[in-house]
Design a protein around this ligand. Structure first.
Ligand code: PLP
Length: 384
């Protein structure tokens, strides 16, 4: 009874791996991509007030008008992206829903969407489930895993509908430079393609790198759907809040699906996140703390036998190269878990070019990071 498209697609490698993790004891997990801070107080307070004030009904399908206004103002001031809050912003249940809606709104059966890999596991799946074909472009460590615009160009066929890019990227932490984005924009304009831009890690950026929204570049406002949300920077993964912004007809078509499937994003979370951009100091504090832990983990990884790790410029993941250990990504992760009680995610889970790497999330306490590094050190020394 199960559809062929669903049957043919594999379960997420992360899920498979975490079933193993759950069975193991005394594990330090660098596996899950979740902030380790509680949601900031002002957001929690606004959520509590929303319940007390009985803001517990459906909202507009597009989302609360005042929340859409706060997002449009944020996009104008911080990202240089102009959208009309009334018709060009849709509040969704996380970036996950925004991504799914964007793909379902634009894809006809067989259309191709180009993604760079290693990348977030949901991209291929969401393209596939919406009837499209994911076309993957590899990225490499020697240029910081930044997708090379000419590789995107080479992947274009007469079936290509859109490019899906993420910066900062999960799992590599790569950050696209303005020049990269300009070249990608030229490719999109020349080939009449849409760009879906996942900017969920925009605030988690280090070493004086800067985030640019591709939707702000020349000619891109009309052909970009910006996807963003509150999960990571505002430590709100469970509130399920995200949004999409772009040209009216794209957002309206996404809203059509959303109105029949989700009706609206959770009302309490919408009221709570109305306060999000008012207190950016809490985000800045969290990002500073991730930065300290990033240095600790990356320096530690580079001092391990047979491991090397480039400094990720964004998000909260390190993506060390483990090829010299002689293990595949999967063997490395399984043995490290079984022998040393440290959970990391095999890099090939995120795409073929992730083979030879593992993803370590540094949203863990400094004590846990130090202990994980010590355990990895004894594990690797024993293999010699
Ligand atoms: N996009 C990227 C790149 C992610 O890493 C994740 C979660 O890990 C998501 C989107 C999903 O985010 P949300 O919680 O907003 O659905």
């Amino acid at each position: 009874m199960i559809s062929k498209r669903v049957r043919d697609f594999p379960f997420s490698g992360i899920r498979e791996f975490f079933e193993l993790v759950q069975k193991a004891e005394d594990v330090i997990s660098l596996g899950v991509g979740e902030p380790d801070f509680p949601t900031p107080e002002h957001i929690k307070d606004a959520g509590i007030r929303a319940i007390e004030n009985n803001h517990t009904s459906y909202t507009s399908n597009y989302g609360l008008p005042e929340l859409r206004e706060s997002i449009a103002a944020k996009l104008r001031e911080q990202n240089n992206v102009e959208v009309d809050p009334e018709t060009e912003v849709l509040i969704t249940s996380g970036v996950s829903e925004a991504l799914d809606l964007a793909l379902r709104a634009i894809i006809n059966p067989g259309d191709e969407v180009i993604i760079h890999e290693p990348s977030y596991v949901s991209y291929r799946a969401s393209i596939w489930f919406s009837g499209g074909s994911p076309v993957e472009v590899s990225t490499r460590e020697d240029n910081g895993f930044r997708v090379q615009p000419e590789d995107l160009r080479d992947a274009i066929s007469d079936k290509t509908k859109a490019l899906l890019i993420a910066s900062p990227n999960n799992p590599t932490g790569s950050v696209l430079r303005r020049r990269d984005l300009e070249e990608i924009s030229d490719i999109a304009v020349e080939n009449d393609l849409l760009v879906l831009s996942d900017e969920i890690y925009e605030y988690m950026i280090y070493d004086k790198e800067k985030h640019y929204s591709i939707g702000s570049l020349n000619g891109m406002g009309d052909r970009t759907i910006t996807l963003n949300g509150y999960s990571k920077a505002f430590s709100c993964t469970g509130w399920r809040m995200g949004y999409a912004a772009g040209r009216k007809d794209y957002i309206e078509s996404m809203m059509k699906i959303h109105q029949y499937t989700m009706l609206c994003a959770p009302s309490i979370a919408q009221y709570a996140l109305l306060t999000a951009f008012e207190h950016m100091d809490s985000v800045e504090r969290m990002v500073r703390s991730y930065d300290t832990r990033r240095r600790l983990l990356v320096d530690g990884l580079n001092s391990l036998p047979d491991v090397s790790c480039i400094k990720p410029k964004g998000a909260f993941y390190a993506f060390p190269n483990i090829t010299k250990t002689g293990f595949s990504s999967r063997e490395f992760a399984e043995k490290l878990l079984a022998d040393a009680g440290v959970a990391v995610v095999p890099g090939d889970t995120f795409g073929a070019s992730g083979e030879g790497y593992v993803r370590c999330c540094y949203a863990a306490s400094r004590e846990d990071l130090s202990e994980a590094l010590e355990r990895m050190d004894s594990f690797l020394t024993k293999q010699k």
